[in-house]
Design a protein around this ligand. Sequence first.
Ligand code: HEC
Ligand code: HEC
Ligand code: HEC
Ligand code: HEC
Ligand code: HEC
Ligand code: HEC
Length: 286
Amino acid sequence: MVGPSRRMGGRLARRPRGTIMTRRLGALCALAVLAGIAADARGEGGAGKRRRPLPPEYGRVLLGEAGQGRMAPVAFDHWLHRARYTCRLCHVDIGFAMKAGATGIKPADNEAGYFCGACHDGKRTVDGRRIFEACGAGGERQACQRCHAVGLPVKPGTDFAAFARGLPRGRFGNGIDWEKAELDGQLKLVDELEGISIKRQSLTAQKDFALSPKLAGMPEIIFSHAKHTVWSGCEGCHPDIFVGVKRGATRYTMVEIFEGKYCGACHTSVAFPTLDCQRCHTRLVK
Ligand code: HEC
Ligand code: HEC
Ligand code: HEC
Ligand code: HEC
Ligand code: HEC
Ligand code: HEC
């Protein structure tokens, strides 16, 4: 699927100057092909593929799914955690990988105050409550099931529908416009954790800039450093995702984004998904 479409994208992109009409048509065909790839990547394609996740499931990571453990697997929900903490805090300071399963979390790590245990230590508080403990020998048995709950009839502590009701609506993903919720001050994100985060000096964000898709007629993307830095700091993207010390230095295509690289590292599984074409391709090119 990816091979031929990539070639097709390339052919369309390299096509010599045509009339506006043929260029528009070219752009439309490429869009149709790319939208197909997007649907495939999100599992909306044919039989046997994964279905598109429901709003509460978007950004859910299943841990310990292999089923060899003694405990039921764990479902980690991004919506619940990103409502309180920045991506940077977890993915840089605490050190979770941005790839499902890649961290290799062990109960002993949690008990020693790493990974989930950095917060779920039975001591730190949130809204005046102690955050329940992870995997500790001293932990209460019932509390185990607040995490080790996949396949068990456990009622979640926070109801997604009630949580989402108060927040601005988004079209895809969790059905929440996270950007607006943060901007309006409905979310107060914690960016540092005492005893875990090292004091950072804050860097000034670059000015917003336009990224031009390599296809005539395709609306440009306005990339906002300031808006991204709120969630990701600088380390969330540089140097792992964008080596970028100079704009245009990193070359990538929409197909790679659909595959989960570059912008797709976040915009296929946690931030609003690539299906939402217009949210990135905002500026019409004349
Ligand atoms: C804050 C969430 C959380 C809580 C609460 C929690 N765990 Fe865990 N636990 C995890 C994660 C994440 C893993 C790693 C994924 C996996 O292997 O299931 C894990 C793994 C384990 C494992 C190794 C895998 C297995 O299934 O054998 C054991 C044993 C374990 N936990 C025991 C416990 C016990 C006992 C409790 C209650 C006293 C508990 N955990 C409470 C998050 C939690
Ligand atoms: C409370 C901690 C926490 C916060 C906050 C957090 N994450 Fe994660 N994230 C995790 C954990 C845990 C995993 C799973 C790691 C593993 O399985 O090894 C994960 C996995 C991911 C993945 C891989 C998902 C997949 O299906 O492969 C992406 C992408 C990601 N996070 C992006 C983000 C973004 C973007 C934000 C901010 C909007 C964010 N995370 C906020 C803890 C967090
Ligand atoms: C940066 C801090 C932080 C980290 C790291 C973190 N959590 Fe949480 N988690 C919280 C807070 C705060 C809550 C809300 C607790 C409350 O409402 O009492 C929560 C709630 C939860 C809940 C909801 C339980 C319920 O009954 O509603 C689950 C499940 C959970 N976390 C699992 C995990 C797992 C698994 C990990 C590690 C992979 C993890 N968390 C890492 C802070 C964190
Ligand atoms: C969400 C990802 C993301 C975050 C977070 C981020 N950047 Fe960037 N940055 C980019 C992208 C994308 C480019 C363009 C790269 C390219 O075209 O090769 C870029 C380019 C740059 C450039 C080159 C700009 C130019 O005009 O040539 C600098 C300098 C830079 N970033 C610094 C920072 C700093 C400082 C921070 C934190 C305040 C930061 N970035 C946070 C994604 C990010
Ligand atoms: C490190 C993770 C990450 C990467 C990489 C990333 N984003 Fe984002 N982006 C986010 C998060 C988190 C938000 C907040 C909204 C949400 O979660 O849905 C966001 C919001 C946005 C928004 C809406 C806010 C605005 O600026 O108007 C746009 C557009 C956007 N991203 C485009 C891009 C583009 C284009 C790239 C690649 C050049 C990119 N993003 C790379 C995490 C990321
Ligand atoms: C997260 C932001 C984001 C979303 C969402 C997004 N794009 Fe893109 N798109 C980009 C960026 C950034 C480029 C620029 C890549 C380049 O050419 O340097 C691009 C480039 C393109 C191109 C130019 C050709 C190519 O392969 O690079 C096309 C066509 C395109 N996108 C179509 C789409 C379609 C169709 C959708 C919706 C199904 C979509 N895009 C959703 C960010 C996004």
